[in-house]
Design a protein around this ligand. Structure first.
Ligand code: SF4
Ligand code: FE
Length: 483
């Protein structure tokens, strides 16, 4: 089976016996849970769109390793064209879900681990690249969703992994056996982890020789004994349990994060991709982060498209669409959103092959992309709220709207332009609320800040990649300075 249908994907996740907790209770069937289901639907969209002929070129590709048509989310990028298509695919999915569709983390881990294992093997004579290729082809053949787990809890930020008071604050090897390793630790805010068949674990920072037990990368199925997920709360998450799809704003789609604990998890030898070669931890981190910073120039832009559209609809329904300041605000939102897209496309077009043969984005431009993402969505949200008006947060509930006595009163007083129902006006405002303050705000706002690394992480990379010495030389030459 090279491509799964959306339904087959859902059923394949249903069969997995994962250890998931939420609100102090074990969730026996996450697939049918009303709070969690929208996040599964978002990943499902990566399967559904791949089945549609009009998206075949964007969503699928022939694998150079298996020779079969695979989902692009499991692909190893072969060209800058592939990198560009990746960003376009992510924009499309953002437009269709207005949420985080989660599957990119695995794609980005795939490409980072592919090239890093190649270079680690060259330096150390290890066999990690073969291990990874075997795993990669298994994922491609079965069209699996893979999570990428990087962020350790990190404890005291001023201390290296080995110097932490509690050694488990960075995930580490606790036992080396003939048939594999045993690891312990946790990965924080793991996007989509419970909707994934497998997880690739990677180190979270550059490491020195003393941290060699922490320089570890591997893949395991998500129902491996010892793995526990504790679901993170999202703003307004329990609205999904109230039975009103209208009040949720975007009832069908969402994202999800979990604190994921690895309590003495066994990893067999052929699933290990890094095991103690501490000088390669930084390379893996930098490459994964670079790919995921590129990703944000696609996914966040697609969600931005929905938010801009929603603000424009709200203006239409208010009768404010012709006001020049409203038009200008929509232009500004578009300008900001397309600037992010420019960054996503530019770092892809300027990509280059790695030693292993797969394609890497331009790191400087990818970091500039993500740095802009830490700012522009906030401004786009601010302008959307400006256009929407205060009713976005003061509108009565659907229960009041459906009440035989209160409903007609709400209908009368919250009406906008003629020819548009009050219900439609409230629906578009709820969508804006969802994107700016509700469950989707996790993916569109705070994730824009911290996902794929917080702003300072990009500034460090921009400083490193910015080539200031070359720029100084340019200036000195023109000023005829001889030192
Ligand atoms: Fe994909 Fe964006 Fe979610 Fe990352 S934040 S997994 S790039 S949708
Ligand atoms: Fe993310």
């Amino acid at each position: 089976m090279a491509l799964m249908t959306g339904e087959q994907y859902i059923e394949s996740i249903r069969k997995m016996k994962m250890n998931v907790y939420m609100f102090g209770k074990k969730v026996d069937c996450p697939v049918d849970d009303p709070i969690l289901r929208p996040s599964l639907n978002s990943v499902r969209m990566t399967y559904d769109l791949a089945q549609m002929p009009e998206y075949e070129d964007l969503m699928t590709v022939i694998s150079p390793y298996t020779g079969k048509r695979i989902n692009r989310f499991t692909h190893i990028h072969q060209s800058t064209g592939d990198l560009i298509k990746k960003v376009k695919m992510q924009r499309l999915l953002g437009q269709k879900t207005a949420a985080c569709f989660q599957r990119c983390v695995g794609m980005d881990a795939f490409n980072a681990v592919f090239s890093t294992t190649f270079e680690t093997d060259k330096a150390h004579g290890t066999h990690y690249h073969e291990n990874f290729k075997k795993f990669m082809m298994y994922v491609q053949d079965n069209d699996l969703t893979v999570d990428g787990a990087m962020t350790d809890p990190k404890g005291d930020r001023s201390k290296a992994p080995h110097a932490q008071e509690d050694p488990d604050l960075f995930l580490h090897i606790v036992e080396r056996r003939a048939d594999g390793i045993v690891v312990r630790g946790a990965k924080a805010h793991q996007t989509g982890v419970l909707n994934s068949h497998e997880v690739i674990v990677m180190p979270t920072i550059s490491m020195g020789p003393e941290d060699s037990d922490y320089a570890v990368s591997f893949a395991v199925p998500m129902d491996t004994p010892g793995i526990t997920m504790i679901i993170g709360r999202q703003s307004c998450d329990t609205r999904k349990m109230e039975g009103s799809e209208m009040d949720v704003g975007n009832s069908e789609f969402g994202g999800v994060e979990a604190l994921t604990i690895f309590d003495n998890v066994f990893v067999p030898n052929d699933r290990i991709f890094l095991c103690g070669e501490s000088e390669f931890a930084g390379m893996m981190v930098e490459r994964f982060a670079g790919y995921h910073r590129q990703s944000y120039g696609g996914c966040k832009v697609g969600v931005g498209d929905v938010l801009i559209g929603a603000a424009a609809v709200a203006a239409d329904y208010n009768g404010a669409a012709k006001a020049s300041h409203v038009k200008d605000k929509l232009i500004e939102m578009t300008h900001l959103n397309e600037t992010l897209y420019c960054c996503g496309i530019a770092c892809s077009a300027e990509g280059h092959p790695t030693e292993s043969g797969n394609y890497m984005i331009d790191l400087l431009l990818a970091n500039v992309c993500k740095q802009n993402v830490t700012r522009f969505p906030y401004e786009i949200v601010r302008l959307a709220e400006d256009i929407a008006g205060g009713l976005m947060v003061t509108a009565p509930s659907e229960a009041d709207f459906r009440d035989p006595t209160l409903g007609p009163v709400i209908e009368k007083y919250l009406k906008g332009v003629s020819g548009v129902s009050t219900e439609n006006r409230l629906r578009i405002l709820r969508l804006i609320e969802n994107l700016s303050l509700g469950t989707a705000a996790v993916g569109y706002r705070t994730e824009s800040m911290h996902g794929a690394g917080s702003p300072q992480a990009q500034r460090i990379m921009i400083a490193r990649q910015g080539n200031l010495a070359m720029k100084k030389e340019l200036a000195k030459n023109l000023a005829h300075i001889k030192e």
